[in-house]
Design a protein around this ligand. Structure first.
Ligand code: NCD
Length: 342
C-alpha cells in the first residue's frame, strides 16, 4: 500500500489500496484528497529544473489506445517518463488489432512482453473491467465509451480547487454544458463533484440529457451516500447564472446515431458558451473544457482564450494527476515500493 502523509499537520493518513483505477465511483473522498495531495507533490517535481524522479525506475507502463487521443495519451506517457518508467505505446491502427486480434489476446500478449501498468482507452463502455479480469498488473482507464474518464475528472477537480478561493468546492456552482449524453467526462465528474459538495448543474438540449434525470433522481434520493444532489436542465441561462465554474463539452458527432441535433448551427445558437452567456457567471468564474474543442460550436474562440479560461491549466495539471495515479497504483501492492523516492 502507498501511504502519503497529509500536508496538514495532525490530519490523518490514508492508504491507497486500489489495484486498478477504472472509475472514480469506487474512490472515497479521503482517497480523492490523497490523490490531490500527491498531485501537489508531483507539481512540485514539475517545477524543478529537472523534472524526473526515479519512483518508477524499471517499471513498464504500456498505453493501449483504441480511440483517437492527443492530450490523454501524451499526458500519461509524459507522466510515466517523469517517474522514470519504461513506456511502450501501442497505437491500435498499426498493431495486430487490425488483423483481428481480440482485446483479450492483445492484453495477454502485452503482459507477456512485460507490461505492468496498462493505460487503456476503448470505445466500448466497460472494456477496462474485462482487461482488469485478465491482466496481472494494474489497469488505468484513459476513457471507455460513454462510461468513465477518471483521470479527466480528477484533473478537473484539481484545477477547480486551484482556482476557487480556499480550494473548497462546497456550495460552489459548477455548470457543465454540452453533449452530456455521450460524455464519459461528465459521468466521472458527477461522482467527484457531488462528493466535493459542489452545486452541480448539467445542461444541454433534452436529446443530449437523456437518462440524466434518472441519475439525478437517485442522487437526490440519497441513494448514493456521501454525494450531494445535482441538477439537470436545458435552460442555459439558469445553469450558468452565478456559476463559479463553467465547463463546455464537445459535441461528440462520432457517437451520435443521428437525429439528436437539428444542426450544429442551431446548437451553437442555443447552447454555445459565448461571451454574453459566460458573463452571467460570477465575475471571477473560470471557463474549462476537457478538449478537443470544436471552437465556434460548443465554445466561442474568444471565450476559449479569454482571461477566464483555464483550459491550458487543465492540460498541464493532467500530467501531475497522472504522475500521482501511476505512483499510487504502482505502490498499491508492493509495500517496499511505497517508499520510492520522489
Ligand atoms: C475527452 C474524451 O476523450 O473523453 N477528451 C479528453 O480525454 N481530454 C472528451 C472528448 O472527446 O470530447
Amino acid at each position: 500500500m502507498t501511504t502519503v502523509a497529509s500536508a496538514a499537520p495532525g490530519a490523518s493518513t490514508v492508504s491507497w489500496h486500489h489495484r486498478h483505477l477504472i472509475d472514480v465511483d469506487v474512490v472515497s473522498w479521503p482517497e480523492i484528497e490523497l490523490i490531490m495531495r500527491t498531485t501537489e507533490e508531483m507539481k512540485g517535481i514539475l517545477a524543478r529544473p529537472i523534472r524526473k524522479v526515479p519512483a518508477l525506475n524499471g517499471r513498464r507502463v504500456t498505453t493501449l489506445f483504441y480511440e483517437a487521443s492527443t492530450r490523454t495519451r501524451v499526458s500519461f506517457e509524459t507522466a510515466a517518463r517523469n517517474l522514470s518508467a519504461d513506456v511502450v505505446s501501442i497505437a491500435t491502427a498499426t498493431s495486430s488489432v487490425t488483423k483481428g486480434e481480440s482485446l483479450v489476446d492483445t492484453i495477454r500478449t502485452l503482459e507477456a512482453l512485460g507490461a505492468e501498468i496498462l493505460v487503456m482507452r476503448h470505445s466500448v463502455s466497460g472494456a477496462p473491467y474485462l482487461a482488469a479480469e485478465i491482466f496481472g498488473g494494474h489497469v488505468l482507464n484513459g476513457g471507455d465509451g460513454w462510461h468513465a474518464h477518471p483521470t479527466q475528472a480528477l484533473l478537473d477537480l484539481y484545477t477547480m480547487r486551484e482556482h476557487v478561493p480556499g480550494g473548497d468546492l462546497r456550495g460552489r456552482k459548477v455548470a457543465i454544458v454540452g453533449d452530456i449524453l455521450h460524455s464519459r467526462v461528465a459521468r466521472s465528474n458527477i461522482w467527484t463533484l457531488t462528493a466535493a459538495g459542489a452545486e452541480l448543474w448539467l445542461c444541454g438540449p433534452a436529446t443530449l440529457l437523456r437518462g440524466m434525470d434518472r441519475w439525478a433522481g437517485a442522487w437526490s434520493g440519497g441513494a448514493i451516500p456521501g454525494h450531494g444532489r445535482f441538477n439537470v436542465t436545458s435552460d442555459i441561462d439558469a445553469a450558468v447564472r452565478d456559476a463559479d465554474v463553467v465547463m463546455g463539452l464537445r459535441i461528440q458527432r462520432e457517437r451520435m446515431q443521428g437525429g439528436l441535433l437539428p444542426s450544429l448551427r442551431e446548437y451553437a445558437a442555443m447552447f454555445q458558451l459565448n461571451a454574453e452567456r459566460v458573463s452571467l457567471a460570477k465575475p471571477d468564474a473560470i471557463v474549462m473544457h476537457p478538449g478537443p474543442m470544436n471552437e465556434g460550436v460548443e465554445i466561442a474562440p474568444d471565450v476559449a482564450i479569454s482571461g477566464r479560461s483555464v483550459i491550458t491549466d487543465q492540460v498541464a495539471n493532467g500530467v501531475a494527476v497522472r504522475m500521482a495515479l501511476l505512483y499510487l497504483l504502482a505502490g498499491s501492492h508492493e509495500p517496499a515500493h511505497a517508499e520510492a523516492a520522489l
